[in-house]
Design a protein around this ligand. Structure first.
Ligand SMILES: Cc1ncc(COP(=O)(O)O)c(C=O)c1O
Length: 439
């Protein structure tokens, strides 16, 4: 890790003051005393106080191969010295090559990609494309879902804390999240629960839309919502349901993609479902701004109006994506996510045995949520203890995230290359943090 010479107390306070003076106050940062990272390497991150942390949140699940991976850094350096920008008005090999790679690893006949700079834009592209293809305008999304920060994405999002205004976009309707821990009744089997969600989906489409929706959009694991894993069979049935109404299935893999959930490249592959459109971002380029909307050729052909993206497909970002995908494949990231995820879950379940305020430990691969409740019987969300735990984890030298409607879910999503020893270290740090916030 390189030394960075800004770690004087004055400089730190200056930076915080600059942030307060010149950035929007709504730009929410973690911790009462915000963290100022200055350098990072792999799963280690150092702040302006020269404190080192184990980064278990990876810039919101984005540094998929670890901070400043040398292959990615070198690819960026080489491309930036050769050709830094073109706009989408020209054809570039880096963009075409990444699109080819995505077609190879995504499920089914998903083949043609539109590159943008953020998950939000990729969602916008997916929704517009679904509307172009079907000639319809209504969309069904999931409660507890998060889609981004444009007007459309805010309205698709169904978490009140992330919506600054009332609804502005017509034609969006929402159904219950497939959230087994908070199921509305005591279910006997996952099938029974899926039956419930499907009858609700059918009812919502039939009663709150014209009965002709353009698409159903869902995250495979709800991320900001608190790493909610749907019951088995949910996605097969949801795909059948939306298609029975003539709509498309849009799957958001912004958080769950690129090996994060273990065994497969994409979360939806756990359920053997082929979406019509898929949205990706975050982990694809290890922190460089790349997002992608991929569709079947038939669907992609439906967008006939002109459209450009000045920065989308930028050669430097594409070089970062290529290098990241190379490393993920070479290091067998999906298999590592399975193994290290299992290790993490086992350790966290031992912590759950010790602390009854840990209501549930859930997840797939290295996308793990720890839901904090007042007590296991009432399951009332305990956002205050979760926030205290976030701070205690920092004090113990571990960075994690928060999610859930009430901020009650601790989110863990480190680099997919994390080692066994690093997971063990993370568990020790989190155990100490849990002890700190226990009564
Ligand atoms: C599932 C999901 N979709 C979309 C987005 C929006 O992505 P971005 O912040 O890159 O615009 C996010 C961001 O966290 C996300 O988690």
């Amino acid at each position: 890790m390189t030394e960075v010479e800004i770690a004087t107390g004055t400089a730190r306070d200056d930076i915080k003051q600059l942030q307060r003076d010149y950035l929007f106050p709504c730009l929410s940062t973690y911790y009462a005393d915000p963290l100022i990272p200055v350098a990072a390497d792999g799963v280690r991150l150092r702040d302006a106080d020269r404190r080192e942390y184990l980064d278990l949140f990876a810039g919101i699940l984005t540094t998929s191969v670890g901070h400043c991976h040398p292959d990615v850094t070198e690819a960026v350096r080489a491309q930036a010295s050769e050709l830094g920008h073109t706009s989408s008005l020209y054809v570039t090999e880096p963009q075409a090559r990444v699109a080819e790679r995505l077609a190879e690893i995504t499920p089914g006949d998903l083949r043609q990609t539109y590159f943008t700079n953020s998950g939000t834009e990729a969602i916008e592209t997916a929704i517009t494309l679904a509307c172009c293809h079907t000639g319809r305008s209504e969309i069904v999304s999931l409660r507890h879902g998060y889609s981004g920060r444009s007007a459309l994405a805010q309205d698709l999002t169904a978490l009140s804390s992330w919506r600054p205004l009332g609804r502005r976009i017509a034609g969006i309707t929402q159904v219950s999240a497939p959230y087994p821990y908070r199921a509305p009744f005591d279910y006997g089997s996952e099938e029974e629960l899926v039956d419930f969600y499907m009858s609700e989906l059918e009812d919502v489409i039939s009663t709150t839309t014209t009965g002709k929706p353009a698409a159903f959009i869902a995250e495979t694991i709800l991320g900001v919502g608190g790493y909610i894993v749907p019951p088995r069979g949910y996605f097969q049935r949801a795909a059948e349901m939306i298609r029975s109404f003539g709509g498309l299935l849009i799957i958001d893999e912004v958080q769950a993609g690129f090996g994060r959930t273990g065994d497969h490249w994409f979360g939806i592959e756990h359920w053997d479902v082929e979406p019509d459109i898929m949205v990706m971002a975050k982990g694809v380029a290890n922190g460089y701004p790349v997002a992608a909307t991929i569709a079947t050729p038939d669907v992609a052909a439906s967008w006939t109006a002109k459209t450009i993206s000045t920065f989308g497909g930028n050669p430097v970002c594409m070089a970062a994506a290529s290098a990241t995908l190379d490393v993920l494949a070479r290091e067998e990231a999906p298999a590592n996510a399975t193994a290290r995820g299992a290790q993490f879950m086992e350790g966290l379940r031992q912590l759950q045995d010790r602390h009854e305020w840990i209501g549930e430990v859930r997840g797939l691969g290295l996308m793990i949520g720890v839901e904090i409740v007042e007590d296991p019987k009432s399951k009332r969300p305990d956002g205050a203890r979760a926030a205290a735990l976030l701070g205690a984890a920092r004090e113990e030298g571990a960075l994690v995230g928060l999610g859930g409607l009430h901020g009650q879910v601790l989110r863990i999503g480190p680099s997919l290359l994390i080692t066994e020893a690093e997971v063990a270290e993370g568990l020790e740090r989190l155990a100490r943090a849990c002890a700190q916030v226990s009564d």
